[in-house]
Design a protein around this ligand. Structure first.
Ligand code: NAD
Length: 360
């Protein structure tokens, strides 16, 4: 189903979107516009076979509406695969708010978005994502109960980042086991790109393992803070892709695995938290495979955050969420072995396992 309420999407673009929905398997894409608050939002519901669709809401200053559509379609499909491969009774969805988060975000706009989420009666459950803060989620929650991952004070499960980082760490260790026959990361040179919420928790795990940690971020203050706290070495700018290292952990934004970076990368494993790390899923997964670099699929190893909000819905504890997340180790090994056996990319192996679960 395709619905539109106020956003300017021309007839030709509508066909493009419907074609994309067909190709990617989306159930529903909803456009929302509220002139009074300035809200322009899109909610994409990819698949609700396993349960209600769940995925965060991000606010981004997209160049145009099609760019926002592309983003929300890809992200919502990723959520379906992430839930399926993690064995959760959830479907995949995502929301984007188009606009500059610094200047256009307001209580009224967020509450209006909350009203829209509420109108779906739980078919889409929202959560915090890029450029949304716990305070923003509080405004959304004033209008709808279909919100997860809010502050503990609001009855939510709080910051999911420690659980996400633990899952990434598990996926990284499983990849090390597959490549080197031991999952110890001691002495391994690991570059963490993006030392935000998840990145810092990952650095903490790696410090405990006595890894040789390199960090990269565009935020100079964070770099100084984290390097002093964990004795990590700061690497500046784009030179990270020319540096010899054992593991590259992308924990900033997506699409850092592209035709430029892959030919330069001098690592044996890529394992990180960022969503949509492959700029082009097929092309760049194959380029990594051809170069003999092991890629731990992002939607698999960064699923800890989703497992955490799922535990909130089901009433499980943080400890149980961490226990479930530990299993990312076994699933990663299963996928790396399957990819080798089937002669496909690790991304393809992970998608086919998720698809098998959805097809049952
Ligand atoms: P964050 O915003 O707290 O941290 C991101 C960090 O990346 C910031 O310190 C930022 O300065 C840095 N950064 C941005 N652009 C950069 C660039 N070009 N080069 C180097 N550093 C750059 O975000 P987060 O919550 O830590 O999430 C990190 C990534 O993991 C995101 O892609 C997010 O979508 C994904 N993810 C997060 C969770 C979670 O639980 N937080 C769950 C799943 C996936």
């Amino acid at each position: 189903m395709f619905q539109q309420s106020g956003l300017d999407v021309g007839a030709q673009q509508k066909n493009i979107i419907l074609d994309k929905m067909d190709k990617m398997g989306h159930e529903q894409v909803l456009f929302y516009r509220d002139k009074k608050t300035g809200l322009k939002a899109i909610i994409a519901i990819h698949d609700t076979k396993m349960g209600p669709s769940l995925g965060g809401v991000r606010m981004w200053n997209y160049k145009n509406e099609m760019e926002a559509v592309e983003d929300v379609l890809r992200l919502s499909r990723g959520m379906t695969y992430k839930a399926a491969i993690s064995g959760l009774q959830l479907g995949g969805g995502k929301a984007v708010i188009i606009g500059d988060a610094k200047t256009e975000k307001s209580e009224a706009l967020l509450r209006k978005f909350g009203e829209f989420v509420d109108s779906l009666n739980g078919k889409y459950i929202t959560a915090e994502d890029v450029n949304m803060s716990p305070k923003d989620m509080k405004y959304i929650k004033m209008e709808t109960n279909h919100v997860t991952g809010t502050d503990v004070a609001l009855g939510g499960s709080g910051d999911p980042s420690p659980v996400t980082a633990y899952g990434v760490y598990m996926g990284m260790k499983a990849s090390a086991m597959y490549r080197w026959g031991s999952d110890s990361l001691e002495g391994k040179t690991i570059l963490v790109q993006g030392i935000g919420h998840v990145g810092e928790y990952l650095v903490e795990h790696l410090t405990n393992e006595k890894a040789n940690i390199l960090i990269n971020d565009i935020n100079e203050e964070r770099l100084k803070e984290v390097s002093e706290k964990y004795d990590a070495e700061i690497i500046s700018g784009d030179s990270i892709f020319d540096l010899p290292m054992d593991i590259y952990a992308p924990c900033a934004l997506g699409a850092t695995l592209n035709s430029d970076s892959i030919i330069r990368l001098k690592c044996e494993i890529v394992a990180g938290a960022a969503n949509n790390q492959l700029a082009d899923e097929e092309l760049h997964a194959n380029q990594l495979k051809d170069r003999g670099i092991i890629y731990a699929p992002d939607f698999l190893i960064n699923a800890g955050g989703l497992i955490n909000v799922y535990s909130e819905i089901k009433g499980f504890s943080r400890e149980q969420a961490l226990e479930e997340t530990k299993n990312i180790y076994n699933t990663t090994l299963e996928i790396l072995n399957k990819a080798e056996k089937d002669g496909v990319t690790t991304n393809q192996a992970a998608i086919s396992i998720a698809q098998e679960i959805l097809d049952v």
